[in-house]
Write a protein that binds this ligand. Structure first.
Ligand SMILES: *Cc1c(COP(=O)(O)O)cnc(C)c1O
Length: 430
């Protein structure tokens, strides 16, 4: 079967081959051009290809099993869309370039996490209190094979790790937006012979490169920032190149990419073509969106924190605590791991704990620009009373996902909503 990694941009004959660009292109340019080499059409905007199956070569002498090369489209040929398809291949080509390591896409973030755990097949996974869905996958694995979950933040639990086990770090965390130190966990993984997997959904490029700090596999819910418009489900696994000892090998130990791709073909958790097409469109503006969203969030968090420090301000009357990586103590230390790992911003999601659960339930209805909805990462700002989808969460917690709007408008919306909440409470008491 053709389990070779998706072609990387240095192989293609495209208009913008290496000869035209002896210097390295910026992330923003690569997001627009990384897939030019697969573009055999004259259409500037990529076509949407919905076919699930693709014609074999006309020449019988050219037929090679699992290697469907159509001479008219040498860089865009496929067999069956459970293996690969044009739109998702283009999406993977851009992601591979932006993330900097070979990348596969999946039907959803959860499908990619499941694929990663099935592939690594650990006896134990050390995991913290991040996204609750990942715990759901581990509970299913426990039912199937007795997999044991360990607490990431407990030294006693980390002491139980054995070679071949997994340390899974989500950073920044869902829902608080607080970051974790990848160098710290990479040292433990190295010492114990464990794999370090990182859920970097909350810090897509250009905010964090977990491979630089020792990750073996990086996963993303591409439904969030890679999609960025609240209209696709997508999961992403990127593989550290050092786990591809021999690119031509089908042996799992020597080529993680081929092995993962083979398992994806068998299990079938691939993205649809429409989602792949929407994903390509979305990635063109990844850096613009993420930088804007992250700086908007940083400004709003700084404003909330400053207001909260003023006695009797509206914010102080409503908000008990604010969580975000920008408020972690390390954020003010230029030599800290946090500034080393996240020098370009701390991500667009933060959480606020209100003074009581009634405030948290009622605040979203007072906001005009923020939609009250789950999920995050889109161009539109969202707020969620997290108790709606997470049974174990503090009922006073609101998760905020900042979009690309003008941040002053978002600030004014918060001010209006806090005032309305206080007025409502006063009216009830009267
Ligand atoms: C949303 C999310 C997931 C799950 O992704 P889906 O695409 O919804 O399946 C996993 N991890 C984190 C951190 C998330 O925010």
């Amino acid at each position: 079967m053709s389990s070779a990694p998706p072609p990387t941009s240095d192989k293609g004959p495209g208009r913008l081959g290496a000869a035209f660009h002896p210097h390295a292109l910026s992330l923003a340019s690569r997001a627009v051009h990384a897939d030019d080499y697969i573009n055999s059409q004259r259409a500037v905007a990529p076509p949407l290809q919905v076919s699930t199956t693709f014609r074999y070569a006309d020449d019988p002498d050219a037929l090679r099993p699992w290697d469907n090369t159509d001479p008219n489209a040498p860089y865009d040929s496929h067999m069956y869309s459970r293996d690969s398809a044009p739109n998702t291949t283009r999406l993977e080509a851009i992601l591979t370039d932006l993330i900097g390591q070979p990348t596969l896409t999946y039907a959803s973030g959860m499908a990619s996490f499941h694929a990663m755990i099935v592939f690594l097949n650990p006896r134990r996974v050390a995991i913290g209190h991040g996204y609750h869905g990942c715990h759901g996958v581990l509970d299913i694995m426990k039912k199937l094979n007795g997999l044991e979950k360990l607490e990431l933040e407990s030294d006693d639990d980390l002491a139980k790790l054995q070679p071949g086990d997994v340390i899974h770090v989500e950073t920044p965390l869902n829902p608080t937006g607080e970051a974790r130190d990848l160098e710290h966990y990479a040292r433990i993984a190295q010492a114990k012979g464990c794999y370090l997997t990182v859920d970097a959904t909350f810090a897509p490029p250009p905010l964090l490169d977990p491979f630089q700090w020792g990750a073996d596999i990086v996963m993303h819910s591409g439904s969030k920032y890679f999609g960025g418009h609240s209209d696709i489900l997508c999961g992403v696994l990127a593989i550290n190149r050092k786990r591809i000892e021999d690119p031509s090998s089908q042996d799992q130990a020597k080529n993680w990419m081929a092995a993962l791709r083979y398992e994806r073909l068998v299990i079938g958790g691939v993205m649809g073509s429409l989602e792949g097409w929407l994903g390509v469109r979305s990635l063109r503006t990844l850096e613009l969106r993420v930088e804007r969203q992250s700086s908007n969030a940083g400004r709003l968090v700084a404003w909330l924190a400053a207001e909260k420090a003023k006695p009797d301000s509206l914010v102080a009357q409503v908000v008990e605590r604010i969580h975000h990586a920008s408020l972690q103590k390390e954020a003010s230390d230029p030599d800290s791991w946090l500034l080393r790992q996240m020098p370009r911003g701390f991500g667009p999601v933060f959480s606020i704990i209100l003074r009581d659960a009634t405030f948290a339930r009622r605040l979203p209805s007072k906001l005009e620009l923020f939609h009250h909805a789950t999920s995050l990462g889109g161009v539109e700002s969202l707020i969620e009373w997290r108790a709606m989808t997470d049974r174990e969460i503090d009922p006073r917690l609101l998760r905020v996902s900042i979009g690309v709007e003008g941040w002053e408008d978002l600030r004014a919306d918060f001010e209006r909503a806090f005032a309305a909440l206080i007025a409502e409470q006063a009216a009830k008491k009267a």
